[in-house]
Design a binder for this molecule. Sequence first.
Ligand code: SF4
Length: 240
Amino acid sequence: MGQRAAYLAALGVPDWRQRRPLAMQPVAREAARPTAPPLPLAPVIPAGADARPEESWEAVAAEVARCTRCELHACRTRTVFGVGSRSARWLVVGEAPGAEEDRQGEPFVGRAGKLLDAMLLAIGLRREEVFIANVLKCRPPDNRNPAPGEVAQCLPYLERQIALLKPSIMLAVGSVAAQNLLATDVPVGRLRGRVHSFGSAGTPVVVTYHPAYLLRSPGEKRKVWEDLKYARAIAGAQPA
Ligand code: SF4
């Protein structure tokens, strides 16, 4: 089995090139037409659109490292700022650090992280070629969902990261990331398969399931594969 086939197998997509065409879902149809004009469905969020003139990655990282804006600072081991290339075209946005991320200070480590890496490699992206960050920079206790007040305090950091990175595409993984980025309570299953827009720059956002969810529900891996292909098509249609 070749390397790429191994990554696809990890996604539960063992040999997509030799399959007969599936009954195409809306997502797949969109992915097959990368030049189709994106249809922004989510409201444009003006916050964080442009980097401040004096802004820098170092300034944001330093503020996050000493942040006490919400109560989560009291129970963290370390903040999880984000990792990857600061010139990446892809920004992957997740929910919040888990126990292992809190220990290591890096997002998406452990089993879910390995699956995310496999997801990215399946579309030809190495982890270090993208930037990966979370909506929250500190771990909520017992892996509970972030409280609205915590998101309100922490999201500006992500918005500043987005303004610095200026990604060509954002991949929102999981409901917390998707719903907070898009300011909606629509479930992930209904946010998939279409391109959303973030900020005044109109950065395309594609939504898919969180790798931790896939570990519990491996039957959904096919849908994630369709989402990844769709996101790749959208990214390919963006200016370099
Ligand atoms: S979660 Fe965000 S806002 Fe809250 S303390 Fe951590 S860095 Fe600050």
